[in-house]
Write a protein that binds this ligand. Sequence first.
Ligand code: PLP
Length: 429
Amino acid sequence: MTDILSKYKNTHFTELPTPAFIINEDKFNLNCQAMLKSVNDLRLKTGKNILFRPHVKTHKTGQGTVRQLGHGVINHYERNTGSILVSTFSEARGILDYQESFGEKYVDDIAFSIPVCIPQYMTRLANTANRVKTLRVFVDNEEHLNNLVEYGRLPGDKKWSLFVKLDMGTHRAGVVTESSEFQSLLKKILSKDVKEVAELYGFYAHCGHSYHASSASQAYQYFEDELKAVNNAAKKVVDMDESLLAKSLVLSVGATPTTTAVLHAKPDLTEYIRNELIGTLEVHCGNYCLYDLQQVSTGCVAPKNVAGFVLGSVLSSYPTRAEMLTDTGVLALSRETSTIAGFGYCINPDEILNDKFTSKGEWYVDRLSQEHGILKPHAEVNCPNLLKLGSKVTILPQHACITMAQFSYYFIVNKKGTVVDVWTPFQKW
Ligand SMILES: Cc1ncc(COP(=O)(O)O)c(C=O)c1O
């Protein structure tokens, strides 16, 4: 997107064509730094080696990924991860291409965060594995194992590396540790046929339903649930095969609400990690580099921490119903919701880059259709000022990941609001 960059470099974001997605580089970097430091703190508090694996699905870019891994945001001697999660082949391929274009090895370990071991994807998985030191795949079904056995080892005679995905109650992907399916899955993983082509790396828990938490302490409870579930799973497998070294099992936990809540960690869990956890802890999360209103609704972060927003324009206004029309419809904001009313908060463009703003603005997005957005004043705002047609509005979205997936590029702005870069996401599958 160099042509977009050369066209708009140094332009103030309020002069950009709309709808557009803007990333405040400072806030993005700070969010990455805070999470890395929080994991480092947990390491220090527990005296344990704790791994960190960011998910790249929110922005799907090379530039965002390297920051999540700490490049340019923390001291190089504190940087200790090259592990990421992806949810599409496009993300994996794009990020590997990105690092190769610089001759760098930022990423050396990719885990595919959806169980995709079906025949259609096996060759693509093997091709991805061929380009990175380690690829890890999720399994939650015996058929995944049959497919791996059928495919055989990876090129270079490497074995597949398996994360068993646990269902934490979200009832999306994963197996419940107390189920008979879990027992049979473990038994099969330990069978001769499977061991010939694959080895167990660890257990993976992601409380997607932690997005419904309404306070940091509630979100923290989910972190505890994740920890106990992976530990329990590890104990079960070690009971089944005593030759397995518990310490070598990686127990991966996290989601943005739960890991953000760790920033306020209580000492009792530190004790649990130090004394009870039988494997090596890995923390994973993704959305935290941007945050959004869904995260604000969990009580773990403030609106001022949100690093990305949608820029729109006022297209018309309706004084009798005190509403305005914008070009930020579903295609610019998504139809995601949370306990925060509407589909986005309009923060004053003069305030949105400020890292201290507290006001939620006068307007919010009340209704959407494909291209139309309807702004309404918050209930407590008397006599709202209708904006002049053509005015720019800046909207904090409900869900950054899905909102951003609708933009072909993002404008990166500095503290003053001028465009310093353009990032292109690796979209689709
Ligand atoms: C399996 C899995 N792991 C990790 C993540 C990252 O979660 P979050 O963005 O809440 O940090 C996601 C996000 O959807 C996910 O689906």
